[in-house]
Design a protein around this ligand. Sequence first.
Ligand SMILES: [Zn+2]
Length: 296
Amino acid sequence: MKTLHCKIPCNLCNSRNFTHLFNINSTRNEKFQVVSCSSCGLKQVNPQPNITAVKPYYSDTYFLKRNERGYDNYYSESVRNEICRVYEKNLSDLNFWKHERGLKKKHKILHSLDLGCAAGYFVELIKKRHWQAEGIDLAKGPVLAARKRNLKIHLGDWFSKSSIRSGKYHLITLWASIEHMHNPYEVFKRSVKLLKADGHLIISTCCYNYLAKLQGKNWRFMNVPEHLYFFNQAQITKMAKKAGFRLISSVSYGSGLTKKKDASYLYKTAKFLADWLVKKLKQGDMMALHFQKIKS
Ligand SMILES: [Zn+2]
């Protein structure tokens, strides 16, 4: 294995030494390098394209062709229903509703912020549960679509938004968005600031474990450079703890068999069994985690 010295240090442990895993071509035919940190093992794209270089990948067609999940059109009702079903499933598997009941007893108004909210499906879901819900995203198309449905959605970079106040939120969510961010550790640190003293953080992201290793560059979540980091559970938990969170619960899911429109009975059965098995063995290629801010 070739050892490399990269300019951008590992976001988890600051090491500059990496092992080369493979090169991969993007949908725009640009070549990127996926590496593994020699010290902590975090998989990442390095050298890393900057925000300007990544921007063309988030044009409107990105939301009309979400290949990694087999979506045809992000705005269709069936896709929205499926995304919301997964949110609800994750939150119930994480036992979040119990915490929500506790929060509702304690506080009159609950504030939530969804980072990387796209068309605001989660913002809408939690708003229906009587939260004062907000979302933020960099992609203009989905933000405008969300605003049409009367949702409070900020457009732009949340690091520079003065309307997003520190210490305001009871809940921050990052649904399949931390792996897109250039500096996930900063995201955790900033989330600590934005949350109230007993605030909650829910994250879902792809999980780099044996399914990913086995499939290498063919892994369904290896879409580069949209995805820049590929955590496993230990690595993401370590990063969250370093920033000031404790892990409350986690769930592993996803066998890699994606939902298909006209799937045969055999495929559906295989998917059901494989999904059940990886969840049981905690070997899914997706994970959802519930963290709470450590009181300061
Ligand atoms: Zn590292």
